[in-house]
Design a protein around this ligand. Structure first.
Ligand code: PKZ
Length: 233
């Protein structure tokens, strides 16, 4: 174990710094995928990134549970809102896997505005379908906060009606549909804002779990494995 740097890991300074770095990593992914670079530039990039990664691995393990717990207690206000779980993939402002969502609550619906970019491209000129699926899964997660239930995704079905455009603002709008015992059914759709075109529809079954289960997951989680080298390194 090594000393963690000041200020304390939960401070606003660290949080803001992480959010900035998260955005920088995401922007890097788009610049890297979307632009030519010389071998010299790419090698320099590798050296800088490998150096920073080597600095981070010896640091203490970080837990995301405080933010996760806070997230479960949030009452999302009407209109635009933000959330505290910065590491959350897709909607987390500090997550390298974030999609830079702008979140809104409209009644009991959640709307996420998003513009997909270079690194999201799958087939030429359109988003990878898995990115769209991840978008729906995560945005559905906010409906759990609206209906105040703890649940896991059990099934997620996406119907891709049209190519998902890049570089054009999209609206992902989702809502509670009905509940049957522990099975919570959610539905939603993705549209392009400029044209109003329907791009995809989604249905999900979330399975409600005892909120205490989350506490048990936290308490019983084994220490993470040593990740200090990539599987192919
Ligand atoms: C207060 C606010 C909280 C908000 C909180 C925010 C925190 C911030 C979250 C960030 C992220 C969010 C958005 C990403 C959401 C994920 O990514 S969740 C992660 C992905 N999903 C998983 O890991 C789930 C993996 N599966 C499991 O853990 C277990 O199968 C489950 C889902 C807990 C169910 O297991 P179980 O409790 O043993 O359930 P079981 O008794 O077998 O079945 C109960 C009922 O559900 C049905 N069922 C079970 N599994 C399934 C399934 N997969 N599909 C359909 N039906 C099923 C059964 O048929 C049964 O139905 P009935 O017979 O009652 O009619």
């Amino acid at each position: 174990m090594t000393e963690t740097a000041d200020p304390p890991p939960s401070s606003d300074d660290v949080r803001e710094s992480r959010q900035r770095a998260g955005r920088a990593i995401r922007d890097l992914s788009h610049a890297f995928i979307g632009r030519h670079a010389s071998v010299e530039q790419i090698d320099r990039l590798s050296e800088v990134l490998e150096g920073i990664t080597a600095e981070l691995w010896p640091q203490d393990h970080r837990s995301r549970f405080d933010a996760f717990d806070r997230e479960r207690d949030i009452d999302y206000p009407q209109g635009r809102f933000t959330h505290d779980f910065d590491d959350r993939p897709v909607s987390g402002t500090a997550s390298p896997y974030g999609l830079d969502l702008e979140l809104h609550r409209v009644g009991d619906e959640i709307e996420a505005l998003v513009t997909l970019r270079s690194a999201h491209e799958g087939a030429p000129g359109r988003s990878h379908g898995g990115v769209v699926a991840a978008l729906f899964d995560d945005v559905f997660g906010f409906v759990l906060g609206v209906i105040k239930q703890s649940a896991f995704t059990g099934e997620l079905t996406i119907r891709y009606h049209a190519a998902t455009p890049l570089f054009s603002e999209l609206a992902c709008r989702v809502r509670f549909d009905h509940q049957d015992g522990r099975k919570i059914y959610l539905v939603g759709e993705l549209t392009e804002r400029s044209s109003g075109n329907l791009i995809a529809t989604a249905k999900a079954t979330f399975i409600a779990v005892d909120p205490e289960m989350f506490a048990r997951l936290t308490a019983e989680r084994p220490p993470p494995p040593d990740e200090s080298s990539s599987p192919t390194a």
